[in-house]
Write a protein that binds this ligand. Structure first.
Ligand code: COA
Length: 124
């Protein structure tokens, strides 16, 4: 999967619990990661998590492209019917990143946004 050069998202790696883990790489260096976690009650609805390790790698568009590739993988490779995530209302970068990829807040609890994207909503 191709991200803004030179960052790339690895192929999915089973996490041993029914979900998948991915590395975000810049050349040989792992600069972050993301996961798609399985929910038992609805196996085709996956929970996304993502992080870039270094502050200096954030705010360069890598997160948005990695999340786009992650959601594409969820729908295109893993046949998910929805991807959801939890984002603190104070985490502007993460909220904005999710919104740009098509995630919509469906409920809020104690300042945490519960957001979801379905194949139709992806990329707006
Ligand atoms: C959340 C995270 C993955 C986003 O990735 P990123 O590469 O930093 O984000 P992008 O550069 O793609 O930016 C996405 C949007 O957020 C905005 N943004 C980025 N950093 C920001 C900041 N510090 N404050 C406000 N807005 C910010 C960008 O401007 C962009 O919006 P725009 O296109 O409307 O301008 C990354 O910042 C990160 O790893 N943070 C720490 C871990 C974390 O919070 N993970 C998510 C937990 S829910």
């Amino acid at each position: 999967m191709t991200l803004p050069r030179p960052a790339t998202l690895s192929e999915p790696r089973p996490d041993g619990r029914g979900g998948y883990a991915y590395d975000i790489r810049e050349g040989d260096r792992i600069i972050g990661g993301c996961e798609l976690l399985l929910s038992r009650r609805r196996p085709r609805r996956l929970q996304a998590k993502m992080w870039l390790d270094a502050e200096s790698d954030r705010g360069r568009g890598i997160g948005t492209h990695a999340l786009t590739a992650l959601v594409d993988s969820a729908f295109g490779v893993l046949a998910a019917d929805a991807v959801w995530g939890q984002v603190a209302g104070t985490n502007t970068a993460s909220l904005r990143c999710a919104e740009k990829v098509g995630f919509v807040t469906y409920t809020r609890q104690y300042g945490v946004h519960f957001m979801q994207v379905t194949p139709k909503q992806e990329n707006g």
